[in-house]
Design a protein. Sequence first.
Lengths: 256, 622
Amino acid sequence: MSKTITIDGSTIPFEDGQTIMEAATAASVYIPHLCHHPEYTPHGSCKLCTVKVNGRICSACTFPAIEGQDVLNNTKELTDDRQRITQMLFVEGNHLCPGCEKTGSCQLQAVAYHLNMLDNHFPLFYPKREVDASHPDVMIDHNRCIFCTLCVRASQEKDSKDVFAISGRGINKHLIVNAQSGLLKDTDLEATDHAAHICPTGAILIKRTGYQVPIGERIYDHEQIDQVSLAASGSRPIAALPPSLAVETEHHQHGE
Amino acid sequence: MKQFVQDLAKTNHFQATHLLHILRGVQSRYHYIPEQAIEQIADLLSISRTHIIGVVEFYSFFHLTPRGQYELYISDSITDHMLGKQSLTGYLSEKLHVGVGEVRQDGLVSLDNTSCTGMCDQGPAGLVNGYALTRLDRPRIDRITDLINQQTPLDQWPREFFKVDDNVIKPGLLLSQPIIQGSALQATFKRGLKETLTEIDISGLRGRGGAGYNTGWKCHLCYEGPEEDAFCDVATQNLPQRYVICNADEGEPGTFKDRVLLNSYAHQVFEGMTLCAAIIGAEQGFLYLRGEYLHLYEKLKSILEERRLAGLLGKNILNEGFNFDIEICLGAGAYICGEESALIESLEGKMGIPRNRPPYPVTHGYLGKPTVVNNVETFMAAANIAINGGDGFASIGTEKSKGTKILSICGDCSRPGIYEYPFGTSIQSVLNDCGASDVLGVQIGGPSGTFISNEEFDRQLAYEDLATGGSFIVFNNSRNILDIVNNFTHFFAHESCGFCTPCRVGTSLLKKQLDKIIEGHGSAGDVIALEEICQLVKNHSHCGLGQTAANPVLTTLARYPELYQSRLKKISYEPGFNLDGALETARRLAKRSDAGAHLAQVDYMDVEGRAAQGAVAEEEDS
């Protein structure tokens, strides 16, 4: 007999060592997330995957699945709060979707649509942030960084490098790169690195590829993030995606 | 510099876990962390420069750009404000010709605010090159200005500037009977380790930092490991290394009892740590001392040395074949490091970011090994229990809160200082003892605790009623509640580690929204919006900091809703910023100041249906 938990009343099997997120994904249950990626060590910082476990609020991406847990995921209360948390991410940075080349393929934008976010709700912070275009092939637009650390983890865990780090405290947090000059061009980052392709927003971009996929044919233009995310995690075939987009899903292998 | 950094790294055995020690050394010598030092340390410790930069930018007392040769900080606690901190800082800034947050042009002195330095009973307080300054007043500031301008070394400054008093006013069970050195350890070995743990169980001792986790259980869990833990790696669990950590990162504004315990009862604290180590089988312990208590560092080190010589620490303690030693680690200005998993990260030489849990420190703590983290007072109580047994301790207090609690009382009272009470004592009797009159309310447990009004003084000190890590701040009727809430809310925004979205962004939103209301720019709906942010921060934050950051607003909003409402304008909407103020640059550039170059904040119909023309002037008058 396999062990089970319930998510919104449905019984879901899990294996020892799995997090609630992993168990949910394997059972085709989408839990919104941004800092989580199935291939990397869970971080638990964006708090979008907040679920209620036996009445207690937990992060699904880090909390272990334990026999008999009663998990609430898709409730109005949680969806409302997730929308607010997403709005927080929007107002603390400078996220101007219409002018961003990641629009349509941006997970932050897609999650916002999924959660029916229609405005910023909170006052905008308008922080003054820089753009680092020093690298020949990759650029960082700090205005769009949400501190998910996926680039940090990808560089360390997949590329065996240590290009990125998050520095600073509180609202002054910022992404830094491993070069004495502080510039991306002086790091050992290459455009083929996993870290260069993992950014869920438009903060790290590959140069000269911005509009190769036309608007209207991008990842989230015809499908919501829940479908794309589950498909990418192997819970559902990717067939629904046009071949040109298959490499740009959340789960994609870069450099192909 | 090269030699200096090399020697410093060598003294610290080139250990990455000692990064904070090394950076403290560099900051103290050069008054910033130069780029060359970062490169060299990265090389010597085999860590990345980004790791070092991350740590430097995380802790308030480290800087990437030069500070003054005299680094001055003024404590920004509400109690310092009540003692006239604001005007004193202005005076100091004027005398020294240096702005707050700035370095003087000649590089001699820098001035900045810092979170509560734990001198609330003898403020206004500050720090100079890490050392605590107490009882600041204008004559003292005049003198300090001269000393700085004459570049007098700190060791030639008048000693009384650095004098820190204990102010123990009402000793109780623990404070009135200091133990004889070694007696708690002797009693422990005589009774037996398991039997002593049983006494701690019987005593019902709970963590004195405020959260109140059962101390005995912690030891059991650390020793035995949890029965079932999905994340627990059994292979690691069986390794013998276990650690004992004493949390002396007393950062909650208004708390200063650990400072007194470490100044005058350190042997008993170390003894509590040592017997805990004997029980769980740890060989290494740490005292994580907040950077603000640098003045205690040398003294505590010599007490440790004294204990080694007396056979109470080190190899073969009391000839029982038990080895245990304690190292002191200084923090560098980060409130979050009082959270036990953030403290462990900091001890490992990293940014103080709370870990994801489970697993918990009792099974996966320092370097991933089982670790017991307790408050200073908890270890002190454990030593007492080891000598006297658990029954006597358990006979004091309430059903759920056994023993006594040491309070640090400050604010509007005639006798601020250290008081020890049995749990269950009413707030009124505490107020009577400390000489508080005309009381408006009391902040219990610091900003992260609860504000109670003067109609609740029959409530009790107890985990089940009013829990506190020791902070007890009294406010009289001359105080403005919103000023207090404002100070606390800014404190949390400043101290948020920034790891999770709800706290990183939420505490800043909370600060902005509260500022908007307090500054009179709030309108209908703004208090509801404030409350909404509070709930988000409270419910969704990663750790205790965020989960309690909204308490100042929530606890006062529940008690004084009219106070918040009275600040609102009688219009349905008010822009979140000053429209006319935003035009200032444009006016300056266009050299205009005529009426057409100004903009009214509101020029539409207000809720009462009257034209709001001139509403700005009207409202500002009210």
